[in-house]
Write a protein that binds this ligand. Structure first.
Ligand code: NAP
Length: 295
């Protein structure tokens, strides 16, 4: 039976480590500002509003100053860019994110390109992406979910070096960067996607499986090599009238089958999700420490 990798417990300890480090900095440096995280949200999508609220609450609990800029659904690309540029110029802001998705009439790629790479705590600016994928270079920031996955593996004592890792999904936000981080940690990495043929045979080779395809319970227990470490990134909403929200979240891995075969596994929810927010705080703290010359 697999050990459960409790992302909430691990994320909570990272958050308290960040809080204590901040308290120490504030004690050592009288008059130092607090870390500033800004989130731009355009429109009124309920799910985006929930994510932004969670990020704001987490930042404030850590002792950060959190600024949320709400722009109307009708905002133009230029209006969003103007806000981004104001935040680029503000010394009080150490990290900035634009909550995605943006309304379809806003040029998302153009907006993301306007964020200063040194404040791009989501790690999505082409400069940061390019640096991540260049040997011998380091980006200002690595995207939060992939960084959280690596931290989960590290804190669960999963050895990555020399292991066969399979990543299912090749998105800019999860699949590609996590594959790159696994490669940098000396795993031998295979990336699967929707056109992969006999995907179960590829997954069966893996000692580490990262499931990030957004397909409810696609990865079955029979696909897994016994003893594999399984990180389930998927968050698929399934109607559930017994829940107050009317739905529950299910992963990309068939949890009940997989836990009988894997050596360790993350649950959904409570696995990768809490780590994404913890890594956003970690990245903002990094930007803050750089601004104080502490890194
Ligand atoms: P995405 O942009 O939709 O990408 C999905 C990837 O999965 C694509 O590369 C796609 O292949 C691949 N795929 C789709 N169906 C497949 C199949 N049947 N077999 C193999 N590969 C398949 O998704 P994403 O943004 O990376 O997110 C993935 C999942 O993680 C979603 O459930 C999302 O909600 C969740 N997520 C969670 C967090 C968190 O903090 N917990 C953060 C981000 C994302 P193609 O490239 O060929 O289309």
């Amino acid at each position: 039976m697999a050990t459960l990798i409790d992302g909430k417990v691990i994320a909570d300890s990272i958050r308290s480590e960040i809080s204590s480090e901040l308290r120490q900095i504030m004690q050592d440096r009288a008059g130092a500002p607090r870390p500033g995280l800004a989130v731009i949200i355009v429109g009124s999508r309920k799910d985006s509003q929930t994510y932004v609220r969670l990020k704001q609450k987490a930042a404030e609990e850590c002792g950060f100053i959190s600024t949320v800029i709400e722009l109307p659904e009708t905002s133009t690309t230029e209006e969003v860019v103007t806000k981004v540029q104001q935040l680029n110029a503000s010394a009080a802001i150490h990290g900035m994110i634009v909550q995605l998705p943006l309304p379809s009439h806003v040029n998302e790629a153009h907006v993301l390109e306007q964020i200063s790479p040194s404040k791009d705590v989501d790690g999505l600016h082409p400069t940061n992406v390019g640096l991540l994928h260049t040997r011998g270079k380091a980006p200002f920031f690595v995207p939060c979910t992939p960084l959280g996955i690596m931290e989960l593996l590290k804190r669960s004592n999963v050895v990555v070096s020399g292991k066969r890792a399979v990543v299912i999904g090749r998105s800019n936000i999860v699949g590609l960067p996590v594959a790159q981080l696994l490669l940098q940690a000396n795993a031998t990495v295979t990336i699967c996607h929707s056109k992969t043929v006999r995907i179960e045979d590829v997954v069966r080779e893996a000692e580490i499986v990262i499931a990030a395809c957004g397909q409810r319970e696609l990865i079955r227990g029979s696909w897994l090599r016994p003893g594999a470490a399984v990180i389930d990134v998927g968050t698929n909403a399934v109607t559930d009238d017994t829940k107050k929200a009317g739905y529950r979240l299910v992963g990309d891995v068939h949890f009940d089958e997989a836990k009988a075969v894997a050596s360790c596994i993350t649950p959904v929810p409570g696995g990768v999700g809490p780590m994404t927010i913890a890594m956003l705080l970690n990245n903002t703290m990094t930007g803050y420490k750089r601004s104080l010359g502490l890194m």
